[in-house]
Design a protein around this ligand. Structure first.
Ligand code: OSB
Ligand code: MG
Length: 361
């Protein structure tokens, strides 16, 4: 039986990026109950098509009309991926189903997911992503993150909210491991602004230009010293290969939910590794379900940079999972249990659920 539950969880603090301000996380959770096993998936979409073109309505529609039917009969994520190729795009919807199947298989084999999918370090270095805010608020948030022991601090920027805030952070906190994420806010007319950021020795600048402007990123990469990290631009092995061949990328932010799931994430890690591209695992304000998948991937040996895997207790007062992640001196560990190792707290889930039901009997 395949079920879904759409939940609306208020954020402790709004999260502001160049594409909008999130006040709640409207998460779409998938639940597969079979053979005495309960497996989970989470779609990283939100209510509106802001970060990408997919959103909750399209993802749920796709899962109901197409993807749910492609799951049968052997519950194997690899053959699901093959069949799902008949549906173009919609990697976020596909990813949620694919990842749920990986959780199912890992639980069937009685193994924690991080060990089931590859060579795991059993832990990962943790970074934090801080939304845009007035200067004083931002400096206070960075200060708190430094005190809490985060290994890399990423700050959201946009055209007009960039050099000054970076300058202030460097003045106050010295040479901390600092990066910025523009979420596609700049165009090719803004290269002069981006060149000025070189002197702040950022670990990287993430997704400065529009997602489909790989050539623009290649041109920019020649003009700046700051390493270029791509997020939205990379959705498939082909887009990664193109970025590498064009020399448009130094570092890759892999979000399994954006790239179609675990298999695709693992393939990307290998390709990045072979080409000297740094890799870290990103996040999309997931609940404990999605977060657990991310942390399992971030624990893989091939991931050598701190990612956006902060414990999501910084986003939610209460999560929909019974187990919550804790960070210890900048490290976070995958859960010990089988599969993703977290269970839904159904009692709480019902209080934040806005819609739910059966997809397949
Ligand atoms: O661009 O990395 C991003 C959150 C939502 C959408 C896009 C992004 C982000 C983050 C948050 O940076 C990272 C996290 O989940 O902690
Ligand atoms: Mg990003």
């Amino acid at each position: 039986m395949l079920l879904y539950s759409k939940v609306s969880i208020p954020l402790i603090k709004e999260f502001k990026t160049s594409f909008g301000t999130q006040k709640v996380r409207d998460a779409l959770i998938l639940i597969l109950m079979e053979d005495g096993i309960t497996a989970y998936g989470e779609v990283v979409t939100d209510e509106d098509p802001a970060y990408g073109y997919e959103y909750n309505y399209t993802a749920l529609h796709l899962i109901k009309k197409y993807l749910g039917n492609l799951v049968n009969p052997e519950r194997d994520p690899v053959s699901f991926n093959e069949r799902a190729q008949s549906i173009r795009g919609h990697e976020m919807a596909k990813a949620a189903v694919e990842m749920m199947l990986w959780d199912f298989r890992a639980k069937k084999e009685k193994k924690p997911l991080h060990a089931f999918i590859g060579e795991s370090k059993g832990k990962t270095e943790t970074g934090i992503s801080i939304g845009m805010a007035p200067i004083d608020d931002m400096l206070a948030s960075v200060g708190r993150a430094v005190d809490e022991g985060y290994r890399r601090i990423k700050v959201k920027i946009e055209r007009g909210y960039d050099e000054l805030i970076i300058k202030k952070i460097r003045e106050k906190f010295g040479d901390i491991n600092l990066s910025v994420d523009a979420n596609q806010s700049y165009t090719r007319d803004d290269f002069k602004i981006l060149e000025k950021l070189d002197k702040y020795k950022l670990a990287y600048i993430e997704q400065p230009l529009r997602k489909d402007d790989l050539v623009g990123h290649a041109v920019l990469k020649k003009k700046i010293e700051t390493p270029l990290c791509l997020d939205e631009s990379i959705v498939s092995m082909n887009s990664l290969r193109n970025a590498i061949e064009l020399d448009a990328i130094d570092i890759l932010n892999i979000k399994p939910g954006r790239v179609g799931g675990i298999s695709s994430s693992l393939e990307m890690m290998s390709m990045a590794d072979q080409n000297g591209i740094g890799v870290w695992i990103g996040g999309m304000l997931e609940t404990g379900i999605g977060r657990s998948f991310n942390i399992s991937l971030a624990s893989q040996k091939k991931v050598k940079m701190p990612g956006d895997t902060s414990p999501n207790s910084r986003y939610f007062k209460k999560d929909v999972t019974k187990e919550v992640f804790h960070m210890d001196r900048g490290f976070i560990k995958p859960m010990k249990g089988n599969g993703i190792g977290v269970e839904l707290d159904y009692q709480y889930l019902k209080t934040v659920e806005v819609e739910g039901g059966r997809i397949i009997d």
